[in-house]
Design a protein around this ligand. Structure first.
Ligand code: B3K
Ligand code: ZN
Length: 879
């Protein structure tokens, strides 16, 4: 496999000024006629020739016609991955006819079938499976697309832009013509043909234009599209109000498909969505899935500006659109849910997925400088760390400064394919501020570590805060330069009040702010504050102002104090998590020594205080009372020990259950939500807190709690409560488990998305017979290895969400994963690569486990016909 490098970028030798596509869709094949208007941009080689190279993959080529002249087969070269015409004229029209078999395309990339419909996925390099084309984002062209198909089976024929023609054809066929006036790269092309129902609505933009909104799904699923439609309208309004961005076409379409590799795709005017992020009703979707729909609908909509109107020059710039768009969708969710809850959840994702990635063998900068398979770079680093980097810009420039920078970026680059550099330059130009050192966030991988130390001089009432940064080596980058790190800081007095922060030398004419963003640029820097009477408790990195690991050198008493009193909700949560982590790691050590286990009374008291703190909003309280995950504990161990993490987390849960039984029960009853279910953030917060209490009550494994959960289940009118009631019963292997699995199946049977939860709740049960159960689930009639949602629900839930059983000392879990990866790789390399990545950090684990994982990775690597996707992850992991 070949590695591609950012440094090798060269502009495209030929531009496409227009493309016309004609699709003739049949049950056995799809025939594509592509007509390209092309112009040479410059001469390339010494001989003065400029060969035309078009990407193409897995197709049958029928003919090539240049300026009306059908070419002989010796006038061009067909290679496995491209079509080459040695020296075409300066301007020409090229017509290419190809065909493929969508029904056999299990990679879910290019043109494929999902159930009864045809659909496409082109990002990143799927268009080359549809026709020969310069399949790179810096080639932008206006598209005109004609689709022809059987009228009865495929009455709905969609592509990007506006429908300009359509009608009947002979032989019971029908056609539609679509035109997209906005030049776009091939990765944003989309086509759908099917027999679909539609939910219609409209949106009036800020300038008064009417946009038709159309949400397509199977007829029987249309009733489940209302939440998505509301989310779309909220997103459109929000982007106008917050960022001044208005939608540009007359129609915005979304199609829900059952077989999709990721969440959704932002094709111009025609988003294609995984049903998981469109369909919802109270019986099929949980509160957090409703929130997921809001954020993914918003994300894809926001791409219309950050991604489509201004796109990426090459795939190394992926975070230019993804990091920025994740930031935008996080800000949106933060406005519609609750700022602090959203922030905490976003940081949880970053910590549990991106930090480990950044510390492992596949670590890469937000702007990678090389890749083998670009699909492997749709990572938490590019998306979530990318969003954090954009967020830091907003923190450093202020909301207004950031907005000015973004306006300038859109103004300068509308209709262009650009780089991260252009984004930063716009921020600089709009704010008159150099961001030279800040650029390092894009090119240096690894999570920086910051250590803070305080010293106080009572006589001069001066406080000194010393910050020191370092960053561990990552593959290919052994030495790192210091980062430019914004550290939002407050100092709290003994009542938890933030004191005024007056830097030494500042005039005291104006009142000093109680929170400031300190900018750490050097390896070590000290900040001096005047007028500090007593040693305060520091509240640093408030709101998680930078994606770093902070060691504030606080003791447990200080953490408990901040957990109870910090005025920054994020840091309140953070302190509780850190306190719990330390207590749990202490127990891990005690267990290793063979000591008896004892949960510290102070911790139990602090936990109780938080549970009973009615000043804290229920959603936040639920987060603050959620114990750090087993994965989080493992990250903090020298060598990860899944069995120890599981044993200790279970022990702490059981202890809290017994010692706080009365308090948990009181809260459980107090937070009942009155009335029929509806998704609303405040209700969801109450349900989360109540269900957390229920979960803890069941951790004590007593039968009264099981009865409580059974009642909760039977009284539930929604998926959130049902799932919350049965998870502890099934995961705890309690007496009613089997009966509930059977009953829950009946609730889920009519919805693929609900069934995914039925599968994953079983696959993630940490019971001794987990693996045989997983194998049995894979033979269930509703399971299919060809459907990515099912693969995630079963294989993903077991290998990624059931650490204690996946990492069984026998190595059986690893052998299972390797077997599934190989089976998947033959059909769907993207899905296979995502799964195999679950073993990539094998070196982090207990020696015996590490060796067993290594063996399976080596076994995979020796297979011939491995995809580039899997090869890249496995070979980098073994390096
Ligand atoms: N841009 C797509 C992701 C495409 C993934 C290709 N393997 C969805 C999104 O980020 O909005
Ligand atoms: Zn995106």
């Amino acid at each position: 496999p070949q590695t591609r490098y950012l440094k090798d970028y060269a502009p495209p030798p030929y531009a496409v000024s227009a493309i016309q596509l004609r699709f003739e869709l049949f049950e056995e094949s799809a025939r594509v006629t592509s007509t390209l208007e092309m112009q040479r941009q410059h001469r390339q080689d010494e001989a003065g020739q400029t060969p035309l190279m078009l990407d193409g993959h897995d197709m049958t080529l029928h003919s090539v016609t240049l300026d009306g002249q059908k070419l002989d087969t010796d006038a061009y070269i067909v290679e496995p991955e491209r079509l080459v015409i040695a020296n075409p004229p300066e301007r020409f029209t090229l017509e290419i006819v190809t065909s493929s078999k969508p029904q056999d395309n299990a990679s879910l990339e290019g043109l494929y079938r999902s159930g009864d419909m045809f659909c496409t996925q082109c990002e990143a390099e799927g268009f080359r499976k549809i026709t020969y084309y310069p399949d790179r984002p810096d080639v932008m062209a206006p598209y005109t697309v004609t689709i022809e198909a059987d009228k009865a089976r495929y009455p709905t024929l969609l592509s990007n832009g506006n429908r300009i023609d359509g009608g009947d054809l002979p032989d019971g066929r029908r056609f539609a013509v679509w035109q997209d006036p906005f030049p776009k790269p091939s990765y944003l092309f989309a086509l759908v043909a099917g027999n679909l129902g539609c939910l219609r609505d409209a949106f009036i933009t800020q300038s008064g234009r009417r946009v038709a909104l159309e949400l397509y799904a199977r007829e029987q699923d249309v009733a489940q599209c209302h939440h998505a439609m509301a989310a779309l309208k909220k997103s459109m309004r929000w982007d106008e109000e917050r960022f001044g961005r208005e939608y540009d076409l007359d129609v915005y379409m979304i199609v829900a498909v059952g077989d999709f590799n990721m969440g959704a795709m932002e094709n111009k005017g025609l988003n294609i969505f995984n049903t998981k992020y469109v369909l919802a009703n109270p019986d099929t979707a949980t509160d957090s899935e409703y929130e997921g729909i809001d954020s993914v609908i918003a994300h894809e909509y926001f791409h219309n500006w950050s991604g489509n109107r201004v796109t990426c020059r090459d795939w190394f710039q992926l975070s230019l659109k993804e990091g920025l768009t994740v930031f935008r969708d996080q800000e949106f969710s933060s406005d519609i849910v609750s700022g602090p809850v959203q922030r905490i959840n976003d940081v949880r994702v970053l910590r549990s997925h991106q930090f480990p990635e950044d510390a492992g063998p596949t670590a890469h900068p937000v702007q990678p400088d090389s890749y083998i398979e670009i699909n492997n770079f749709y990572t938490n680093t590019v998306y979530n760390k990318g969003a954090e980097v954009v967020r830091m810009l907003q923190t450093l420039l202020g909301r207004d400064g950031f907005r000015k920078g973004l306006d300038l970026y859109f103004e300068r680059h509308d209709g262009q394919a650009v780089t991260v550099e252009e984004f930063i330059s716009a921020m600089e130009a709009a704010n008159g501020r150099a961001l030279t050192q800040f650029r390092l966030w894009y090119v240096q991988a690894g999570t920086p570590q910051v250590r803070a130390a305080l010293s106080h001089d009572a006589a001069s009432q001066r406080l000194t805060l010393t910050l020191r940064q370092s960053c561990p080596a990552t593959p290919g980058q052994s030495f790192k330069q210091p980062f430019h790190i914004p550290i939002a800081t407050a100092l709290l007095d003994q009542q938890g009040q933030a004191i005024p922060l007056r830097l030494v030398g500042e005039s005291n004419a104006a009142p000093a702010p109680t929170e400031r963003v300190l900018e750490l640029r050097a390896t070590e820097e000290s900040f001096h504050f005047d007028g500090v009477a007593q040693m305060p408790t520091p509240s640093l990195l408030r709101g998680f102002s930078a994606p770093v690991k902070l060691d504030a050198q606080l003791d447990n008493a200080q953490l408990a104090f901040l957990w109870a009193h910090d005025s920054d909700p994020f840091n309140r949560w953070e302190s509780g998590q850190e306190y719990a982590t330390r207590v749990m790691l202490g127990l891990v050590a005690a267990r290793a020594r063979g000591d008896s286990l004892n949960l510290d009374e102070n911790f139990v008291d602090a936990f109780r205080a938080c549970l009973q703190d009615d000043a804290l909003d229920p959603a936040l309280r639920a987060l603050a009372l959620t114990l750090p995950s087993e994965g989080h504990l493992m990250e903090r161990m020298t060598l990860a020990d899944p069995q120890a993490a599981h044993a200790i987390r279970s022990f702490v849960r059981a202890q809290l259950s017994v010692r706080l039984e009365a308090e948990l029960l009181t809260a459980y009853h107090a937070f009942r939500v009155a009335g029929a279910y509806r998704y609303a953030p405040l209700d969801a917060g109450r349900r989360a807190l109540r269900n957390l209490c229920l979960d803890l009550l069941l951790a004590g494994q007593d039968s009264a709690a099981e009865t409580l959960a059974l009642n909760h289940y039977h009284n539930a009118d929604n998926m959130t409560d049902r799932l919350a009631a049965i998870t502890p019963i099934i995961h705890g292997g309690l007496p009613h488990s089997d009966k509930l699995i059977a009953d829950f199946y009946i609730h889920c049977a009519s919805s693929a998305n609900a069934l995914d939860k039925w599968f994953s709740i079983q696959a993630s049960a940490p019971l001794p017979d987990a693996l045989p159960r997983v194998r049995a689930l894979m033979t269930h009639q509703d399971f299919s290895l060809r459907n990515p949602n099912k693969v995630r629900a079963v294989i993903g839930a077991f290998c990624g969400g059931n650490p204690v059983r996946f990492h069984d000392a026998s190595g059986a879990g690893y052998a299972f994963l390797a077997e599934q990866v190989l089976a998947l790789d033959a059909a769907n390399p993207q899905a296979a690569a995502r799964m195999v990545a679950l073993m990539s950090r094998w070196r982090r684990f207990r020696r015996d486990l590490a060796e067993l994982m290594q063996k399976q990775l080596q076994r995979i690597l020796t297979q011939d016909k491995l995809s580039n996707d899997v090869y890249e992850i496995v070979s980098k992991s073994l390096n």
